[in-house]
Design a protein around this ligand. Structure first.
Ligand code: ZN
Length: 294
C-alpha cells in the first residue's frame, strides 16, 4: 500500500452548528509501534489515544498543548499522549508487549487491554497560570466511547468520537485515524436524529480509510453539507533533548548525581515518549554537576 502523509481536516456543517475533525494517523501510529515495539492490541490502544490527542490538539491555538493519560485497570497499563496545535504528537504505553485473543467480534480487544475501570485525564496547557484539568471515569475501554463521554461531561459539548487502528498480519499499521463531530447549540431534534442515523450506519473508520477515503471524505459521509475550513499535517515529534535531560539530572539533586558518578561507568536516560537513549559518562556528569553548583 502506498504511504500517504498523515493529515487532519477541520470542517463545519449545518451552518456552523456542527464542528468536525477527521484525521488519518497511519504513519504516526506505525512510527510509535516501531519506536516502542508495541504488540497489535497495544498498538491499537495507543493508536486510538494518540489519534484522539491529535484531533484535540487541533482544537487548540498557538503554543497551547495537551496531555492525555488513560489509566485503566487492563494489562497495557497507563497510556500517555501529548499533542499541540501544530500537529505534533507523541505517546507511549506502559506495557507494549501485551497479547490478547480477539474479542467476540474478531477484532483487537482494546477494551480488554485498556481495562473497563479507571480514569482518563486530560490536561491542557493554555498558557494560563493553572492548566485546565478534566478527568472522567472509563466507561467502555474501547476509547471512542470514552472520549465521547469526556466531551459530554468535561467540555459540556456533546460529541461523537470515532477512533480506529487496523493492524497487518506482520504487526505493522495498515490504517489508523478517527473523527470528532461536535454538536453545538442550535441544532434541531431532527438534525440531531439525522446525525445519529449517519453515525449509526457509518462503516468503521478503518474500513473507510482502508477503502482509500481521505479524512474529508469521511466527514462528508457523516455530514453531507460539510465545508472544510483548513487542514493540518500530523506527525510524530518528541520535544526531548540532551539539554532537557541534563536539567532532569540536575533536578535529582547533588547527592543523587554524586551517587550516579560514583556507582556507574555511564548513566543512561531513556525518554519514555520516543525511546531515545541519552548516555552520560562520569566526566560529563561531573561537568553538569559542577555547572549546577556554580
Ligand atoms: Zn523523546
Amino acid at each position: 500500500m502506498e504511504t500517504k502523509k498523515d493529515r487532519l481536516v477541520r470542517g463545519t456543517a449545518l451552518e456552523g452548528r456542527v464542528r468536525a475533525f477527521a484525521v488519518r494517523t497511519t504513519e504516526l501510529v506505525d512510527e510509535l509501534r516501531r519506536r516502542h515495539d508495541t504488540y497489535p492490541v497495544a498498538t491499537a490502544a495507543l493508536g486510538r489515544t494518540v489519534t484522539a490527542a491529535a484531533m484535540m490538539g487541533a482544537m487548540l491555538k498557538g503554543e497551547e498543548e495537551l496531555a492525555i493519560a488513560v489509566k485503566g485497570n487492563g494489562p497495557v497499563g497507563r497510556i500517555n499522549a501529548e499533542a499541540n496545535a501544530s500537529g505534533e504528537v507523541r505517546g507511549y504505553v506502559q506495557n507494549p508487549h501485551v497479547h490478547l485473543p480477539s474479542n467476540s467480534l474478531g477484532k483487537l480487544d482494546v477494551a480488554g487491554a485498556v481495562g473497563t475501570e479507571g480514569f482518563i485525564d486530560v490536561i491542557k496547557d493554555l498558557g494560563l497560570k493553572e492548566p485546565y484539568r478534566g478527568s472522567i471515569p472509563i466507561v467502555s475501554g474501547e476509547l471512542g466511547e470514552d472520549f465521547t463521554y469526556y466531551f459530554a461531561v468535561s467540555e459540556q459539548t456533546p460529541a461523537a468520537v470515532g477512533l480506529g487502528v487496523l493492524v497487518e498480519p506482520d504487526n505493522s499499521v495498515r490504517v489508523a485515524g478517527g473523527f470528532i463531530i461536535q454538536l453545538l447549540p442550535g441544532l434541531t431534534d431532527s438534525e440531531i436524529t439525522e446525525i445519529e442515523h449517519a453515525l449509526g450506519t457509518l462503516p468503521s473508520v478503518t474500513a473507510l480509510l482502508d477503502q482509500g477515503l481521505e479524512p474529508e471524505d469521511m466527514l462528508r459521509q457523516l455530514l453531507p453539507d460539510a465545508v472544510m475550513m483548513d487542514e493540518l499535517e500530523i506527525a510524530f515529534s518528541c520535544s526531548c533533548s540532551r539539554e532537557k535531560v541534563e536539567q532532569t539530572l540536575v533536578s535529582l539533586g547533588q547527592q543523587e548525581m554524586e551517587r550516579l558518578i560514583e556507582e556507574d561507568e555511564q548513566t543512561e536516560v531513556v525518554c519514555h515518549y520516543c525511546n531515545e537513549t541519552y548516555i552520560f559518562n562520569r566526566d560529563e556528569l561531573q561537568v553538569i554537576l559542577n555547572q549546577a553548583k556554580s
